[in-house]
Design a protein around this ligand. Structure first.
Ligand SMILES: Nc1ncnc2c1ncn2[C@@H]1O[C@H](COP(=O)(O)OP(=O)(O)OP(=O)(O)O)[C@@H](O)[C@H]1O
Ligand SMILES: [Mg+2]
Length: 280
């Protein structure tokens, strides 16, 4: 792979040609009208250290409006930590995070969520004793407070909105079933449904295919492709069949750094990428 040299605060590093485009959009260098037109999310000099160990260290990287981007990388590469930094769960040691035209680095996690970044965690959070329908009722915007909760009657629009999503994720037949009786796949879809109900501008989906059957994995890929028509999505996944089925640009993270980017076929022919996977 061809490489170029780029200046960075900490010295010179080598980055691949496919990553060069991000350098031209650094918010510290170009006006926000320029980067924000192209990217919904951008990070610059973003790093976080845990006990001296850099879990994430990214000079520049962004997600374009409307894209479905896949992030892959070996265990411990920093994929989930990257989501933690973007969603405000973890504050960075250095650098800045920009979303929807504004800097959000120091914004509280809950305010970042309200501003339009929805997140599905590696282990999906659904309420077992509630039905599928009730889970979505609780996920409606404004229904998380102690006053406006399940005991307040829902409007006709809200019921329609929930049923529309349940149709979309093929859970309409499970509408009245408690979440604990759903399959792994159905739980993942319910967690994704709870995310999209508030129409976030950006969805971060961490390992949606973990623990799923082959069929459920395919169905999850198809669901994300369908959702991608209306949302910008970042999906983290290890399952290569899933990644291939999505057929979108893949970013490879390794040891906290963006190692390469391209279609999955290209990544599989990339020596550095293969070494990163085999080296563990
Ligand atoms: N809060 C934390 N405190 C200390 N170390 C952490 C913390 N969060 C993550 N790490 C470390 O940072 C590194 C990156 O972890 P991360 O969970 O982001 O990896 P990942 O790419 O999501 O891996 P996986 O594919 O296994 O989910 C790991 O070495 C992890 O142990
Ligand atoms: Mg992870």
């Amino acid at each position: 792979m061809s490489t170029i040299e780029t200046e960075k605060d900490s010295g010179t590093e080598i980055i691949s040609e496919s990553l060069k485009k991000y350098a031209e959009f650094r918010p510290s260098v170009v006006q926000s009208s320029i980067w924000s037109k192209k990217f919904v999310l951008f990070v610059e000099n973003l790093s976080v250290s845990f006990d001296g160990f850099k879990a994430v260290d990214i000079p520049q990287y962004g997600i374009e409006h409307g894209e479905l981007r896949v992030i892959i990388g070996p265990n411990g590469a920093g994929k989930t930590t990257f989501c933690d930094l973007v969603s405000g769960k973890t504050k960075p040691s250095t650098g800045r995070v920009y979303f929807d035209g504004k800097e959000i680095t120091q914004v509280e996690e809950s305010d970042i969520a309200l501003s339009g970044i929805g997140r599905k965690f590696q282990t999906p959070t659904v309420f077992d004793s509630l039905t599928t329908y009730e889970n979505l009722l609780l996920a409606l915007p404004g229904n998380q407070g102690w006053k406006s909760n399940l005991f307040q009657p829902e409007s006709k629009e809200e019921v329609e909105k929930i049923d529309e999503i349940l149709e979309k994720v093929s859970l309409i037949d499970q509408r009245e079933m408690p979440a604990k009786s759903l399959s792994h796949g159905q739980r993942q879809w319910l967690a994704i449904s709870a995310l999209i109900i508030s129409k976030p501008k950006l969805l971060l989906v961490d390992e949606p295919a973990a623990g799923l059957t082959d069929l459920e994995t395919e169905q999850t890929a198809d669901l994300l492709l369908e959702l991608a028509e209306e949302h910008t999505i970042v999906v983290i996944e290890h399952d290569m069949d899933f990644v291939r089925r999505l057929g979108k640009t893949v970013t490879v993270l390794n040891e906290g750094q963006v190692l390469a980017e391209g279609m999955i076929g290209e990544m599989e022919r990339n020596e550095q990428v293969m070494e990163a996977y085999l080296g563990r």
